[in-house]
Design a protein around this ligand. Structure first.
Ligand code: ADP
Length: 482
């Protein structure tokens, strides 16, 4: 339980850790690691140099002593006291010990006076008797050892004895430790300075991000026109431009939503206003003849129909806007579907004396939502009848290739001016408001049609010339792929 809590805390922390942390850590690491490594390297080489120079110094001193011993015939003489005290002084000087081994490997003098008359047949001593001086440093036990040959007074090539020198490096190491503690203090000071500089640098680095966030907060407060572009870094510039694009899209959506709402209210209010005017004038009149009463009531009924159509169309549109999952796809015989749709519209066409022709190039079956497609075809054909001329014609053509089916609705009607052809599919857009009203249009028919076509992953195209008629072409894939 406790562990779970900890895990979720970690996850939360991990998810929203401030950029300051990694940037700060990086700055600290870049500042501190080279410094620590540098100091450690300098200290190590300082110790090395100190030890090496001490070894050379000791070797030189002992070389002088060895020459003096050769000159004075120390090994052969009985009186060694004065030389021994010189050996002692030298040994004390470098905190060490000097032992003299003669040709029989016997220790004839030891500045520590503990090994005199004992034998020393160490490897280094043997090598030195062969004329090879040795020098070695024991890192673990903190001392170095050297052997220096003492030549015979008569034969300069012959090694008559060996000086075995050992010296502790402890004092040098102690000196190193003192330096190290000073360096540690220095490191602490540098750490504090780096911490201060890192926090200053992080603040400076993140300043553009903070500014960007402030601007976004301002936008969130409702000031959508705030300039959010932050161009200090390429990253902030790219992010701010992306957010700016998203905001512009949102603004467009918001604006179109507002327009839609105001259009809807306007459209819904128009029939109600008419009903009110009709009812008021009817009520204002006295002794109304039954015919007039009936006429007014018919007008009121027409307006109610209009209102009801607008509401129905709006509901159809809203439903379609929701999601494409609501498509009820099935294999449909399109020839039959078009024929049925036209059959329903034939009375309206006859009333307006418009000839309705169906031309089927081939039999077509496709994956479509029968109800919705029928509504779309119906809207197109109804428009072709409504915006037609007396004794005009409407030709519906159905064709297909191996991928798509094509439904063409051509009419001999009034046509659509080129400059408004782009807006024709907008909700509530009408070229001639009065004519649309007269024919009971809601201004939503083409918007619904286009939505249906898009839901089927198809396309709709308009070809029209004012006064010469219009042709709407719908292209929809035969196979529906979700
Ligand atoms: P409405 O309910 O007004 O018919 P639509 O969305 O169906 O609304 O059509 C929008 C407008 O497009 C119509 O008001 C009309 O001006 C124009 N229109 C649509 N179809 C045709 C057509 N076949 N010929 C001429 N104008 C058309």
């Amino acid at each position: 339980m406790e562990f779970e809590k900890e895990k979720s805390w970690f996850r939360r922390w991990n998810r929203c850790v401030s950029l300051r942390v990694p940037v700060g850590i990086l700055l600290l690491l870049f500042g501190l690691i080279p410094m620590i490594l540098g100091i450690q390297t300098v200290l190590a080489s300082y110790r090395q140099v100190q030890i090496e120079s001490r070894m050379t110094e000791v070797q030189n001193q002992c070389q002088i002593l060895s020459s003096k011993m050769t000159r004075t015939g120390y090994l052969q003489s009985e009186d060694r006291n004065s030389m021994n005290s010189e050996l002692e002084i030298t040994a004390d000087m470098f905190h060490g010990r000097i032992a003299v081994v003669d040709q029989d490997f016997r220790i004839v003098s030891d500045t520590f006076h503990i090994a005199e008359n004992r034998l020393n047949v160490a490897e280094e001593v043997l090598r030195c008797f062969r004329g090879e001086s040795t020098s070695s440093y024991n890192r673990d036990k903190h001392y170095f050892a050297q052997t220096i040959p003492v030549y015979d007074g008569t034969d300069a090539q012959k090694v008559a004895g060996v000086l075995v020198v050992t010296s502790s490096t402890e004092p040098i190491l102690n000196l190193g430790e003192a330096v190290e503690s000073k360096a540690f203090l220095f490191q602490i000071i540098v750490l504090l300075v780096v911490l201060l500089l890192a926090s200053f640098a992080v603040t400076l680095l993140l300043k553009p991000f903070r500014e960007f966030q402030d601007r976004l907060d301002h936008v969130a407060e409702g000031f959508l026109d705030t300039d959010i572009r932050a161009g200090t870094y390429r990253e902030t510039r790219d992010i701010s431009e992306a957010v700016d694009r998203t905001l512009s899209k949102l603004k467009e959506v918001d604006q179109s939503r507002q327009e839609f709402v105001s259009n809807v209210s306007h459209e819904l209010k128009t029939p109600i206003t008419s009903i009110r005017v009709l009812a008021d004038s009817l009520m204002g009149m006295e002794d109304v003849p039954v015919e007039l009463y009936r006429e007014f009531m018919e007008d009121i009924s027409d307006e109610i129909d209009r209102e009801s159509k607008i509401i129905d169309d709006l509901l159809a549109l809203v439903k379609m806007d929701k999601s494409e999952a609501e498509l009820n796809i099935a294999q449909v015989d399109l020839n039959k579907l078009v024929e049925q749709t036209l059959k329903r519209l034939r009375p309206i066409a006859n009333k307006r004396k418009v000839e309705l022709i169906f031309e089927s190039i081939r039999d077509v079956t496709a994956d479509v939502d029968e109800m919705k497609l029928s509504l779309a075809i119906s809207n197109l054909v109804e428009n072709a009848i409504k915006y037609n001329i007396e004794e005009g014609w409407v030709r519906v053509t159905l064709d297909a290739d191996h991928k798509f089916f094509y439904l063409k609705v051509a009419d001999s009607g009034i046509g659509i001016p080129e400059e408004v052809q782009d807006r024709i599919f907008d909700r509530f857009y009408r070229v001639d408001k009065a004519r649309s009203r007269e024919t009971g249009g809601s201004g939503l028919g083409l918007a619904i049609t286009r939505n249906v076509v898009l839901m089927h992953k198809g396309a709709i195209k308009l070809n029209s010339k004012e006064g010469e008629g219009s042709t709407f072409t719908v292209r929809i894939p035969l196979k529906y792929i979700a």
